[in-house]
Design a protein around this ligand. Structure first.
Ligand SMILES: Cc1cc2nc3c(=O)[nH]c(=O)nc-3n(C[C@H](O)[C@H](O)[C@H](O)COP(=O)(O)OP(=O)(O)OC[C@H]3O[C@@H](n4cnc5c(N)ncnc54)[C@H](O)[C@@H]3O)c2cc1C
Length: 441
C-alpha cells in the first residue's frame, strides 16, 4: 500500500495484486462487510487512517483483489483470479508478500481446536469470530499478548498465556529493545501488565507443551518453573513468531540468504529493496521487521523503482526511511532473543509428533529417513523421500521445523539443512485454471 501510494503520487499507474479480499494486509485487515466487528476496538485507529489513505489514491492505480500471484517466470507474473488465469509483464516487480506463522510442532497441535496464533487473530479481525470461549495462547511471540488482549476485549476468557521463552531472556534483551524502539517496547510491556492486572495466568519458560483432548482440544499440559501444570480450555492459539513468504522471490530467481540470528532465509536485497533486474522486495516478506518497517521499506523500494526508471528521488526522505528500516530490523533481532524460536525442542520432541500435517509425516519418520545409511542430508531430498512439505501448504507450516529436525538429527547447523525451494503454483489454484494453463502450453 505504501509503495503503491509513492508510485501513484509520481504519475505511474501501478497494478496492486492481492489475494486478499480487500486492502490492508495483515495489520490493517479490513473486516468482511457481513461480519464486521467494532472496527476500532479490534484493529485500533491506525487501520481506519490506512484505509482512508488508500481510498484517496484508489483511482490512480489498478487494484486486483482476490488475485493470487502463483508464479514468476520469464519476466511475467502469473495470476489466478478465481479460475481465470493471466500473465502480466512488468517493468518492475515489487514482492511484498508478507509473512505467516512459524510453527514448532507439539503433541496434539493438529487436533481440532488448535489454531495458529495469526489465524486466531485473523478470524477475529476479519469476521468478528473467536476460536473458542476459553482460550490458551501459547508459543513465543509478542503477538501472544496482543491477541490475548484482543480476545479478552471480545469477551473471551483467556485461560492462560504460555510463553516458551524464560523471563531472563526478556530481561537480557531489554537494553537493546529500549535503544532501538522504546515506544514499541513500552507498548509491549503495557500489554503484558494489562494481562497480569486482569488476572490472566502468564507463565514464562514453558517447556514440554502438549495439547490434550479427543475430538477437540480440552487442555494444555506443560512444565514451568519446575512444576507440572494442566489448564483446561476449549481452544489453543499457537505461534512461534513469523516466517517470511519467499516462494515467489525464489521462483523469480532472487538469491536467498540465511540469517543465523533469526534462523530464517530472506531475499538478498541491496538495502533499498533491489534484489534482481527489475525485482524488488519489501515488508515482512523481505525482513520481518514489523509493520512500521514494512511501511518504510515499501516506500523505500518504490523510490528505488522510480530512481531506476530515471526519476529524481528525495534523498533526505530515503535516508530517513533507511534509518527507520534499520532501527526496526535491530528491534526484531532483540525480539528474536526475547521470544526465541525453540530450536532446542527439535531433538526432544516425541517421534510420533505430527510434523507435516498435509502429508501425515511424523517427526520420527523424518528422523528415520535422514538417519538411514546414505539418507538425505538436506531438506529438498528429505521432502522427495518422505513427502514432508510436499502437500497443500508447500511446507509453509512444517518447513522451518523440518529443517531443525534434520539439523539436529545429523548434527548440522540449520543453514546446512537448507530450505524448501519454491514451486509453482505457490498456493493451490483451481483445477480448471491449471488445466487451461496446461492446454495453452
Ligand atoms: C497473521 C498475522 C497477524 C499479525 N498481526 C499483527 C498485529 O496485530 N500487530 C502488529 O503490529 N503486527 C502484526 N503482524 C505483523 C504485521 O502485520 C506485519 O509486520 C505487516 O503487516 C507487514 O506488512 P506487509 O505488507 O509486509 O505484509 P502483509 O501485511 O502480510 O501483506 C502481504 C500481502 O500480500 C498478499 N499476498 C501474499 N502472497 C500473495 C500472492 N502469492 N499473491 C497475491 N497476494 C499475495 C497478502 O494477501 C497480503 O495482503 C501480523 C502478522 C501476521 C502474519
Amino acid at each position: 500500500m505504501s509503495a503503491a501510494s509513492v508510485l501513484a503520487g509520481h504519475g505511474l499507474r501501478p497494478v496492486l495484486v492481492d489475494e486478499g479480499a480487500d486492502v490492508g494486509g495483515q495489520i490493517w485487515r479490513k473486516p468482511s462487510a457481513h461480519f464486521a466487528p467494532d472496527h476500532r476496538a479490534v484493529l485500533g485507529a491506525g487501520a481506519a487512517a490506512a484505509h482512508a489513505a488508500f481510498a484517496a489514491i484508489a483511482g490512480r492505480l489498478e487494484h486486483r483483489p482476490r488475485t493470487l500471484a502463483w508464479n514468476v517466470f520469464g519476466g511475467e507474473v502469473f495470476l489466478a483470479e478465481g479460475s481465470r488465469i493471466s500473465a502480466l509483464g512488468y517493468d518492475a516487480l515489487l514482492l511484498a508478500t508478507g509473512a505467516t506463522d512459524r510453527l514448532m510442532p507439539i503433541p496434539g497441535w493438529t487436533m481440532p481446536g488448535v489454531f495458529t496464533l495469526g489465524g486466531a487473530q485473523t478470524l477475529l479481525k476479519d469476521q468478528g469470530a473467536t476460536i473458542g470461549r476459553r482460550v490458551v495462547f501459547a508459543g513465543a511471540s509478542p503477538l501472544l499478548y496482543l491477541a490475548a488482549l484482543q480476545y479478552r476485549a471480545a469477551g473471551v476468557t483467556v485461560a492462560a498465556v504460555l510463553d516458551t521463552t524464560p523471563l531472563a531472556a526478556k530481561r537480557a534483551a531489554l537494553p537493546a529493545l529500549a535503544r532501538t524502539a522504546p515506544r514499541l517496547l513500552a507498548r509491549g510491556l503495557a500489554m503484558m501488565a494489562r494481562l497480569r492486572l486482569a488476572g490472566v495466568p502468564v507463565h514464562h519458560g514453558v517447556e514440554e507443551l502438549a495439547v490434550e483432548g479427543g475430538d477437540w482440544a480440552e487442555a494444555v499440559r506443560f512444565r514451568a518453573a519446575g512444576a507440572a501444570h494442566r489448564i483446561g480450555c476449549d481452544a489453543v492459539a499457537l505461534g512461534f513468531g513469523l516466517r517470511p513468504e519467499t516462494q515467489l522471490a525464489d521462483l523469480a530467481g532472487v538469491s536467498l540468504r540465511f540469517d543465523p540470528a533469526l534462523r530464517q532465509w530472506f531475499p538478498e536485497t541491496d538495502g533499498d529493496g533491489r534484489c534482481g533486474a527489475g525485482l524488488y522486495a519489501a515488508g515482512d516478506g523481505a525482513l520481518t521487521g514489523g509493520a512500521e518497517a514494512a511501511e518504510a521499506s515499501g516506500r523505500l523500494a518504490a523510490w528505488a523503482i522510480l530512481r531506476d526508471l530515471g526519476h529524481t528521488v528525495p534523498e533526505t526522505e530515503c535516508a530517513a526511511l533507511r534509518g527507520t528500516v534499520a532501527r526496526h530490523s535491530a528491534f526484531q533481532r532483540g525480539l528474536a532473543r526475547a521470544f526465541a524460536w525453540p530450536a532446542p525442542w527439535a531433538p526432544r520432541l516425541a517421534p510420533d509428533t505430527m510434523l507435516c500435517r498435509c502429508e501425515g509425516v511424523t517427526i520420527g519418520a523424518l528422523r528415520e529417513a535422514v538417519g538411514a545409511p546414505l539418507g538425505p542430508r538436506e531438506i529438498n531430498r528429505a521432502k522427495a523421500i518422505t513427502r514432508c512439505g510436499m502437500g497443500r501448504c508447500q511446507g509453509r507450516f512444517c518447513g522451518a521445523a523440518a529443517a531443525e529436525v534434520i539439523a539436529s538429527t545429523l548434527g548440522l547447523d540449520a543453514e546446512a539443512a537448507g530450505r524448501l525451494r519454491g514451486q509453482a503454483p505457490v498456493k493451490p489454484i483451481p483445477l480448471d485454471a491449471a488445466l487451461a494453463e496446461e492446454s495453452a502450453a
